[in-house]
Design a protein around this ligand. Structure first.
Ligand code: ZN
Length: 108
């Protein structure tokens, strides 16, 4: 018995199984064209969610930065520190999402 990857959820299943035991995807029924389409769709969904997250991260970075400059707070203030933390986290999150996107695009 050989193991293969479920084209729908990516978990390991037996290649004799007609349906995936994890997500119920009909492996046996699907043609290779269906499988490819499903795979591309999943990739697209993942890319889309990461793109949304990087937008959110960018927004966090910009608003944190904006608040730091125009929020009327001074260095040392609680709000000022929060704004700095917000922009730093936003920036790091953004970079992480960009890297994840590059890896997804490189995969197969
Ligand atoms: Zn599955």
């Amino acid at each position: 018995m050989a193991l293969t990857e479920c084209p729908s959820c990516g978990k390991t299943i037996s290649d004799k199984a007609k349906t995936c035991s994890h997500c119920g995807f009909g492996v046996g029924d699907a043609s290779s064209e269906d499988l490819l389409r499903k795979k591309n769709f999943n990739k697209f969904k993942r890319q889309h969610s990461i793109q949304n997250q990087s937008m959110l991260a960018m927004l966090m970075f910009v608003s944190g930065f904006g608040f730091m400059y125009w929020g009327g707070t001074r260095p040392g203030d609680m709000q000022h520190n929060l704004a700095i933390a917000c922009s730093v986290i936003g920036f790091i999150w953004y970079v992480i999402n960009r890297v994840r996107l590059i890896f997804i695009k490189r995969a197969d």
